[in-house]
Design a protein around this ligand. Structure first.
Ligand code: NDP
Ligand code: A1CAB
Length: 280
């Protein structure tokens, strides 16, 4: 993505998720050699985006043609609006797309069939499910090919997402399930951090002390896991002295149904994805 032959990219809807991918691309240096256009509704957001190297932020409230103009000039168009807004945006840009343009969905729930029913036959659709650690080059992104996405198109989309992290290609019928794990996953981790921080404060630590203890522990544990050749199970056992304190804490979590809780939580996320696919 750093050669002058790199495809031109447009972000249509550059909020939490689109903005995270864009930040990761900027941090990687990719936008320095391959400029990007990024649209939003509000001028404030567009101005902030324009401060990033190689990025032109467009405010639709000032330029209502901004999505169409950005789409017309792009080889790869990332659709980063909320799921309910996707059909209208696709209808808006459909007449402007270059033949062979690759339209990449970031949206939860919205199917490839929906994309392909609105876009012209000359457009190539790829469905993705990224996550926000893209900001720091640590995204995990699922990608699934539309009916017209050949190996070259998938390679081009993979290259974009590999600039900001790891990529797993799956069939579309796995994307919703993948989303319940890695798409939503950062929120689960932050919720766990919030809960352990609240416990630290309840134990009498100041908020600053609690942040140091909890965030340092999450960072240390994940970096240990990444550096170690041991499984998470073995690393947990290494902390859990027989008849020690950790054992008591983990027993409480087990009694509270930790394993089942994640299964129920991801089932709930999956059910919501089906609702979104149905347009509700
Ligand atoms: N957040 C996440 O962790 C993840 C989100 N996703 C998917 O990403 C998509 C976006 O979610 P998220 O980033 O959280 O949402 P945000 O609300 O943060 O971002 C949406 C952006 O779209 C802009 N926008 C609204 N209408 C238009 C339009 N007509 N044309 C162009 N831009 C427009 C908004 O601009 P303005 O604010 O100026 O109105 C806003 O910046 C969703 O489909 C979601 O399912 C996928 C994986 C993870
Ligand atoms: O909550 C959502 O719907 C999106 C999809 C995965 C993460 N955020």
């Amino acid at each position: 993505m750093t050669s002058t032959n790199a495809p031109s990219i447009a972000f249509l809807g550059t909020g939490s998720m689109g903005g995270a991918i864009l930040s990761g691309l900027v941090a990687s240096g990719a936008t320095a050699t391959s400029p990007v256009i990024a649209t939003n509704r509000t001028p404030e957001k567009a101005a902030a985006l324009s401060k990033l190297e190689g990025v032109t932020g467009v405010a639709l409230n000032e330029n209502p043609e901004g999505n169409r103009e950005a789409a017309a000039g792009a080889d790869i168009i990332l659709i980063g609006v909320k799921p309910g807004m996707v059909p209208d945006l696709l209808a808006e840009i459909a007449p402007a797309l270059k033949p062979g343009a690759i339209v990449v969905s970031l949206a939860a729930g919205v199917t490839i069939a929906t994309f392909e029913s609105i876009l012209p036959d000359t457009a190539i659709v790829v469905r993705s499910m990224p996550n926000t650690p893209a900001v720091v080059g640590r995204a995990v992104t699922g990608i699934a090919p539309g009916t017209r996405a050949d190996a070259a198109a998938m390679a081009a989309v993979r290259a974009v997402f590999e600039t900001v992290g790891e990529v797993l290609e799956v069939a579309e019928d796995r994307i919703d399930a993948l989303s319940t794990i890695s798409g939503s996953g950062p929120a689960y981790v932050f919720a766990l951090i919030e809960a352990l921080t609240a416990a630290a404060i309840e134990k009498g630590f100041s908020p600053e002390e609690a942040d140091l203890l909890v965030q340092g522990t999450f960072r240390g544990a994940t970096e240990l896991l990444a550096a170690s050749d041991q499984t998470p199970t073995q690393l947990r056992i290494n902390v859990t002295s027989p008849k020690g304190t950790t054992e008591r804490a983990l027993a409480v979590m087990s009694d509270a149904g930790l394993d089942q809780m994640f299964i129920r939580a991801t089932d709930a996320a999956l059910a919501r994805a089906k609702e979104l696919a149905a347009g509700s």
